[in-house]
Design a protein around this ligand. Structure first.
Ligand code: NAG
Ligand code: NAG
Length: 355
């Protein structure tokens, strides 16, 4: 009898324990969301200021100094929300995002608050605070006066120098490296593209758009239901499998690097534009086309360092490989960009023959 009991009880205890551990692991993420959602009710969250809706309205309307809605200054309208310019009572310029009324608005709002309240880095957008009142959600960021990288490439009055481009890519790689090695796991951005890179007045990059970011624990990959709608920048392997790894960001960043080298003046970067860009990059890399084919025509003959261009092109092509196995890690990308930066900073002899 005793033996029978032991034979039944022990396996049961073990099975139950395993189940409890499993359930705990699975619910860890959703619990995080609940914790953040509850904390939204407290006055501050990880050092973020909780704005009232009146403060938000004042900041937005202060721009025109008159309390009429029409004086609001819209600086962007993305997939997640409208971006307005604002001024805080201290005089600080801010950018305020009002979340669109979408089913997933709250989740995306929480994802930004959760990630940006923890991830603080010189090359990541600085979130100052948030507001969740009257069924409306706002995010208040530092204002970066040069807009985003996609807008910058469309400007006719200015062009990004070669130095600025390498500096921007280096800064972004540094931010991604920081995210991918975030304490106890990693943060995967999932939405890296030209317009997710803001530029400060001195053209320092600030990675933004964390509405779809995911925090993973120590496990290396995870399957999520919501494969992102990043479109042309989405890692093809992730699109098929739904299995999220750091390599997903590497693919998107590879495309960004190629765009920054070639300087696209395309308002909506589509599937065809991407395919043309990739084919051209491959042809230049194999020598089928001269490297001059990949230079931004706006920069031609000016300060481009061809050796640096070639090495960035090579690492970018590895990043956009079809499978994650073939792609480099962010450390490897970062290292190549640092080399390219050193090369670009060596003064070029005047009579260097064109390549
Ligand atoms: C921004 O875009 C959304 C659709 O994505 C639209 O509903 C909204 O009216 C737009 N806002 C402005 C101010 O144009
Ligand atoms: C805030 O940033 C926008 C670009 O997004 C820029 O047009 C505007 O001048 C900036 N405002 C201030 C006060 O710096």
């Amino acid at each position: 009898m005793e033996k029978l009991l032991i034979a039944i009880i022990w396996p049961t205890v073990i099975v139950v324990t395993i189940l409890v551990i499993l359930v705990k692991c699975i619910s860890k993420r959703s619990k995080n969301i609940v914790v953040v959602a509850q904390n939204l009710e407290s006055p501050t969250l990880n050092g973020l200021y909780k704005f009232t809706i009146v403060e938000i309205e004042n900041a937005i309307n202060n721009i025109g100094k008159i309390n009429v809605r029409s004086t609001r200054k819209l600086i962007g309208n993305g997939s997640r929300g409208e971006l307005y310019q604002g001024i805080l009572p201290s005089g600080q310029a801010v950018a305020i995002k009002e979340m669109h009324k979408r089913e997933d608005a709250m989740e995306s709002f929480i994802s930004e608050v959760e990630c940006l309240s923890r991830a603080r880095h010189p090359s990541i957008v600085c979130l100052l605070g948030f507001c969740n009142e009257d069924g409306k959600q706002f995010l208040v960021y530092e204002n970066y006066s040069a807009g985003n990288l996609a807008q910058y490439f469309l400007r006719e009055d200015t062009v990004l120098t070669w130095h600025a481009r390498v500096k921007i890519l280096r800064g972004c790689a540094c931010a991604i490296k920081y995210l991918h090695h975030y304490i106890d796991g990693c943060i995967i951005h999932r939405h890296i593209k030209l317009s997710s890179i803001l530029l400060s007045e001195t053209l320092e990059p600030k990675l933004c758009g964390f509405g779809q970011a995911k925090m993973l624990g120590m496990e290396e990959s995870q399957v999520f239901e919501d494969v992102v709608e990043n479109g042309v920048y989405t890692d093809p392997e992730y699109k098929k499998s739904g299995l999220l790894t750091c390599s997903t960001d590497i693919y998107s960043f590879g495309l960004v690097m190629l765009q920054v080298l070639s300087g696209p003046r395309i308002a909506h970067f589509g599937q065809d534009d991407r395919n043309i860009l990739l084919t051209k990059a491959k042809d230049v890399n194999t020598g089928k086309l001269p490297i001059s084919e990949f230079e931004d025509p706006w920069l031609k003959g000016k300060q481009i360092n061809h050796e640096a261009l070639k090495s960035i092109l090579q690492i970018a092509l590895l990043c956009v490989a079809e499978t994650s196995k073939e792609r480099p890690t962010i450390e490897q990308v970062s290292e190549e960009l640092n080399k390219a930066w050193s090369l670009s900073n060596i003064a070029r002899p005047i009579n260097i023959p064109p390549m």
